[in-house]
Design a protein around this ligand. Structure first.
Ligand code: EPZ
Length: 431
């Protein structure tokens, strides 16, 4: 494992580019298992989770080559040899479960370990399984492994009890090759769902309504070669915008889709931070005065994203007011609070709500990351704090960001990465 040493107190200034979306790349890589020819995916960021997903599809027999210098991934799934990714791969990263729908749709069979829970919650897959069963799949679970089979999936009208991103993705992918038409109602509408639908349609699928509450998928006989560029990562963009806000800086973030950042931009303005849309692909954040407090409630898209809640709490911890943060998506997504408290923050957690009493300064301290977005929140806090912060278990950060430390140092941050002897069993990442 590695740790970051962060010397705080420098306002960040300059321009930074956002990389491709982790949460669009992972389902698109899984969806390539549906295609019967070479696929080129561009703007794929060099992340631990992307590398893990590539390992999963290679374990099925797909040929996959990733060029980090060009952020380009070439995949050919025309001759898969296995329908059972290794258990440790699936258990280590939840997104691996997204190969279930494609394998069932194309081959009528799949065997996968159920993804384990992780730091932020139990992360069940009941909605995935209920939807696929509705389309004719049968499955049995024993010893934490699911055996699924389907002669041929058939179109169905499926209502999701909760607009689950993963369940929407798994069902949408499965429906592309089902016989007949599928409607997913109360579907997730995140931008990553739209990007996945665009990828699938470019390969011959017939999907309409992605991004709305009802998605219609007309089954086709097969999907073929295509080329796709992944959308920019809205969560990385939000984290970079917040790095300017927490340090009292002035930063332009490029390669964004401003439409995807409306909830964050609105909430930042509520704290008195200056937010300017420089052009449709760039946003500038300037923070001159101490931020005001603002209440925050995470919701499925287009509400405020849960994946930016920890980072935004770091800003609220520095505000001149009291804020109520309500986390409605995951049951345990305040793991970053312990680290912020060690840094002199004043936060009281009660179930899925946290009351944040802003303080004038945070103070550097040794803290421990528990998951990807908690690592981001602690990194922001370290850059804003007086003194030096040591963040251990920083490998979590690399699951979702590539070269983030370098890009922040180019804006004036003082971040140094160093390895430290593993004095304890490295925890499984598990998300
Ligand atoms: C995706 O996870 C993202 N991951 C998460 O980002 C993100 O936080 C989440 O969507 C919500 O936006 C990827 O896209 C790879 P869900 P996913 O299914 O699909 C419950 C990050 O940091 N639920 O929408 O797992 C679930 O327990 C990660 O980048 C069920 O109850 O999210 C949770 O409480 C973290 N049954 C809620 O729904 C199910 O069958 C949202 O989960 C499925 C989900």
């Amino acid at each position: 494992m590695h740790e970051l040493m962060v010397r705080g107190g420098t306002p960040l200034r300059g321009t930074v580019k956002v990389k491709g979306s982790k949460n669009a790349s992972l389902p698109v890589i899984a969806a390539s298992m549906l295609t019967d020819g070479p696929v080129v995916i561009e703007e794929v960021p060099d992340l631990l989770d992307v590398r893990a997903m590539i390992e999963v599809v290679q374990s099925l027999g797909a040929r996959a080559g990733y060029d980090p210098s060009r952020e380009r991934l070439d995949i050919d799934a025309s001759a898969l040899k296995s329908l059972e990714p290794p258990t440790e791969l699936v258990q280590n990263m939840r997104a691996s479960f997204l190969v279930l729908g494609p394998l069932l749709a194309r081959f009528g069979k799949a065997t996968l370990a159920l993804p384990g829970g992780c730091a932020i919650g139990s992360r069940p897959v009941d909605l995935h399984l209920k939807g696929l069963a509705g389309m004719g799949a049968e499955y049995s679970i024993s010893g934490g492994v699911i055996e699924a089979r389907a002669d041929r999936l058939h179109g169905e009208r499926i209502y999701l009890d909760y607009p689950s991103v993963g369940a929407t993705e798994n069902i949408m992918m499965a429906a592309t090759l089902a016989s007949g038409t599928t409607y997913i109602e109360n579907a997730a509408s995140e931008p990553e769902i739209v990007d996945l639908a665009n990828f699938l349609n470019s390969a011959g699928a017939r999907i309409s309504g992605a991004g709305m509450k009802t998605i219609r998928i007309k089954g086709v006989e097969g999907l073929y070669s295509t080329r796709h560029s992944v959308i920019p990562d809205r969560i990385e963009a939000g984290t970079l915008l917040l790095s300017a806000a927490v340090t009292g800086g002035d930063v332009v973030v490029n390669n964004v889709l401003t439409d995807h950042l409306k909830p964050l931009m609105a909430k930042l303005k509520e704290t008195g931070t200056v937010v300017e849309e420089v052009d449709p692909a760039s946003i500038r954040v300037i923070r001159e005065d101490r931020p005001k407090g603002a209440d925050l409630k995470t919701m499925p898209y287009p509400g405020f994203p849960t994946d930016l809640q920890p980072q935004f709490m770091t800003l609220l911890a520095l505000s001149n007011g009291t804020s109520l943060v309500t986390e409605t998506v995951f049951e345990n997504r305040f793991m970053h609070v312990d680290g912020l408290l060690r840094m002199n923050a004043d936060i009281m957690v009660d179930g899925n709500r946290a009351v944040v009493q802003g303080k004038n300064t945070l103070r550097g301290a040794p803290v421990q990351a528990s998951d990807l977005r908690a690592a981001s929140a602690l990194l922001l806090a370290g850059m804003a704090a007086e003194g030096t912060t040591i963040i251990s278990n920083i490998d979590y950060l690399w699951r979702g960001h590539s070269c983030l430390e370098e890009r922040l140092n180019n804006l004036g941050a003082q971040i140094e990465c160093r390895a430290f002897p593993i004095s304890y069993r490295a925890e499984k990442t598990g998300e």
